[in-house]
Design a protein around this ligand. Structure first.
Ligand SMILES: [Zn+2]
Length: 177
């Protein structure tokens, strides 16, 4: 998609094809005041969209390594850290893969079976204070974190699909991250 600079906006979220969705995002300075304003925007959009369990800065048109998530109430959730915002996150341990269906706000109308680790340890920093953070996630929360970090690495869930048979059309209003 290099060179495709079209901006496809659905209620503020960029959708494929958009260059930020295929471009690795840049590390951020968590104490930068501009980072705080992007974090506020991320949370506003995530909270405003039914079914949205996570969101990243590139999906809002900002190529920075910032993500938020909140898997509270999802039926496949076991670990639940509530509403989390992480700058410069990385998975440092991963184990026990399984396959489940995913969707994405930036890929409307499609879902696919994607293999992800069900046990992960994540390190990053808190926006604002820059305080280092490490947390463990499992089940759906682990899947959601990996989906968001893929966005920060310029990957979509479709890049993780083994073949077109694993891709499905979904009705509007389906689950999305
Ligand atoms: Zn997504």
């Amino acid at each position: 998609m290099e060179g495709d600079r079209r901006t496809c906006l659905i209620e503020g979220v960029v959708t494929a094809p958009h260059h930020l969705l295929v471009t690795p995002a840049a590390p951020v300075d968590p104490s930068d005041a501009v980072v705080s304003s992007v974090v506020r925007h991320l949370l506003e959009v995530m909270r405003s969209m039914p079914g949205c369990r996570g969101l990243t800065a590139p999906q809002l048109g900002v190529g920075w390594r910032l993500m938020c998530l909140d898997v509270s109430g999802h039926p496949s959730t076991r670990s639940c850290s509530g509403e989390l915002v992480i700058a410069n996150p990385e998975v440092v341990e991963a184990a026990d893969w399984d396959v489940a269906r995913e969707g994405c706000l930036s890929v409307p109308g499609l879902a696919a079976e994607v293999a992800r680790a069900t046990q992960i340890t994540v390190q990053g920093v808190r926006p604002g204070t820059g305080e280092p953070m490490t947390f463990h996630a499992d089940a759906f929360e682990a899947r959601c974190v990996q989906h968001q970090i893929d966005h920060l690495d310029g990957l979509l869930f479709l890049d993780r699909v083994a073949g077109t048979r694993a891709v499905h059309a979904v009705r509007k209003g389906g689950q999305a991250a």
